[in-house]
Design a protein around this ligand. Sequence first.
Ligand code: ZN
Ligand code: ZN
Length: 318
Amino acid sequence: MQPKHRVADVLNLEVDHLQKIAHTSWNERALHAIRKCRTKALGGRLDWCMNCKKLHLQFNSCRNRHCPTCQGHKQQQWIAARRRELLPVPYFHVVFTLPDTLNPVALRHPKELYRVLFDSVWETLCAFGNNPKHLGAKLGMIAVLHTWGQDLGLHPHLHCIAPKGGVSKAGFWKKGKGKDDFLFSVAAMSDKYRGCFVAKLRKALPHLPQSLYDDLFKHEWVVYSKPPFGRPEHVIEYLGRYTHKIAISNHRILTIDKENGTVTFSLKVYRKGGKKTTMALDTKEFIRRFQLHILPKGFTRIRHYGILSSSWKKEKLP
Ligand SMILES: [Zn+2]
Ligand SMILES: [Zn+2]
């Protein structure tokens, strides 16, 4: 079903202010691309439709990966590739979050900060996986970066999907012991993750003030597990629905009030058990939040690790 409103409609209302609202010129370019998606500004082609015997004018898509209008297509190709790749074992789903103290760093140094997030999560999982007390095998993981919360605010977190087990040194499958939530204790992982993250951040961005680091150790870092996937098909279904998600889909926009310059959109409040509600924002504020989630040029948002990485598979399964 065609959405009633599009993020592009909001962008068009503030077309003269996009430069000011966007944090970087890269973000501004993305906003303009999304604004022009499937309009005559990007050109188009005429298609003769056999069914209705009419010529249809099709405008070109912007193909920006942050565009809510362009989603769908890429997603299908990606899912097909994953389907060939998954192991026939149960999978776990765990989410690693960052404390909001780091939000200013995420805005100024997104590339470095998000890389540290991916690396420290993988290092944490490996530390547990390689330890014979916990598993003693090489793990695999698919990690997907999300940077938003339901209110479109900055809330970076990594969704990790990992098979329940790993490959032993001798090359055999070793089943994980985890019962209901994850392979390893989420509380123990949280501590390890914080330590790994801070050590890597110091190396990546040595100029950050000590006060920031002091603050990072004051809070517990949130790691939580989501219901596990019983079968690989459920993983595919999940990945299909969530991995190519962007900050907001067009369908979530309920009204655009041009006169008062506000946008109302739907959201779920997870603290209240996923209760549905609505939120109204000034159009400029809506765009400011939307562009917080435009990733740096070429940044890979979905990564494969360990036994799920292509390099490992090439080496072991020639
Ligand atoms: Zn587009
Ligand atoms: Zn998420």
